[in-house]
Design a protein around this ligand. Structure first.
Ligand code: PAY
Ligand code: ZN
Length: 310
């Protein structure tokens, strides 16, 4: 039978995601801008979509990145889903309207394009980027161990052949550097940072790089608790929540901890569906529910921040 799934209920090759970025911008010239923030090791462009519905002065912003780990295909699918939802339901859904009226959204759909491409052509289970180094024949750095937050301590590895290789030094990778540079130059406006991963069904916040509590731990805990509760009510699905180190494991050099230390006090890593049945190989038929769950969590947290800072 012919499939009745929409574009957003399928996974897309990197090439098609680039086409989609271009078309989304052309179809929404007043709302969507495409910003080139850098390029990958293999020289692929890193494009950020800026969603902005008005030119209010002193507007704040939220950042969402997807696809830092190549094999987590539901993550880029979520970034596309979020953009489509925002463009479709601005003015009709009151939550997304309130969020977009008060903040711009920067979306990086594929942070690790070389790795993502490699999972489509060669090895579906690839995690890292595709950088090479003269000192080893092993390829790739774990970009979520390459940020400058307790870099390469317990939970990361200095061995290039491992899946959690931290790289030669913090921000050694062009993908890490592009994101870090962009956030450093926008840190006064970016209030919320989201990084989207899979799998495990968890809503995490700093720290992942140490067992210590973040300064606003209880505030962050309350936000993810409310988000997880809404997901359970609406979608009958369980998400664990808490600080990264206490909920999943020690993971130093991650983007959320780095963004937090930069001063973005609302910083989160979401692990989307599932809890391991399919793992990274989540079937396309699950995309819609997985994305709607994550969307509800993003909206819940963003609205809280809008309320707090108004
Ligand atoms: O902030 O604690 C954090 C993120 C930890 C993630 C990591 O970078 O290792 C967790 C893993 C991920 O999404 O990459 C979880 C998955 C299931 C994995 O590959 O182990
Ligand atoms: Zn991941």
């Amino acid at each position: 039978p012919r499939s009745s799934s929409t574009f957003y209920e399928r996974y897309h090759s990197l090439e098609n995601i680039y086409f989609w970025i271009n078309r989304t911008q052309q179809d929404n010239p007043d709302t969507v801008k495409v910003i080139l923030i850098g390029s990958s090791f293999e020289k692929r462009p890193l494009y950020v979509l800026k969603l902005s519905v008005n030119n209010r002065p002193n507007k704040k912003a939220m950042w969402i990145d997807c696809g830092i780990h190549a094999r987590e295909w539901i993550s880029p699918a979520f970034c596309l889903w979020f953009v489509q939802y925002s463009l479709s339901f601005y003015q009709s859904n009151k939550e997304i309207t309130n969020i977009l009226d008060n903040m711009d959204v920067y979306i990086l759909p594929v942070l690790n394009p070389d790795g993502y491409h490699y999972t489509w052509t060669t090895n579906r289970m690839w995690r890292k980027n595709r950088s090479t180094n003269m000192s080893t024949k092993c390829i790739g750095v774990d970009l979520n161990r390459n940020f400058d937050a307790n870099w390469c301590t317990e939970g990361a590895s200095d061995q290039p052949c491992t899946e959690i290789y931290c790289g030669a030094f913090p921000e050694s990778e062009p993908e890490t550097q592009a994101v870090a540079d962009f956030l450093r130059s926008h840190k006064d406006i970016v209030q919320i940072y989201f990084s989207i991963h899979s799998y495990s069904q968890m809503l995490l916040f700093p720290y992942s790089c140490t067992l210590e509590e973040a300064e606003n731990h209880s505030e962050l805990l309350e936000m993810v608790r409310e988000a997880a509760q809404k997901i359970q009510r609406h979608y009958r699905n369980i998400y664990k929540y808490g600080s990264g180190a206490n909920t999943i494991y020690l993971a130093p050099g991650g983007s959320d901890d780095w963004a937090y230390k930069l001063g973005i006090k609302y910083s989160f890593t979401f692990e989307l569906q599932d809890r391991g049945s399919y793992g990274f190989l989540l079937p396309p038929s699950h995309i819609s529910k997985a994305c709607n769950e994550a969307l509800l969590a993003v909206k819940t947290i963003a609205l809280k921040v809008v309320e707090k800072t108004q």
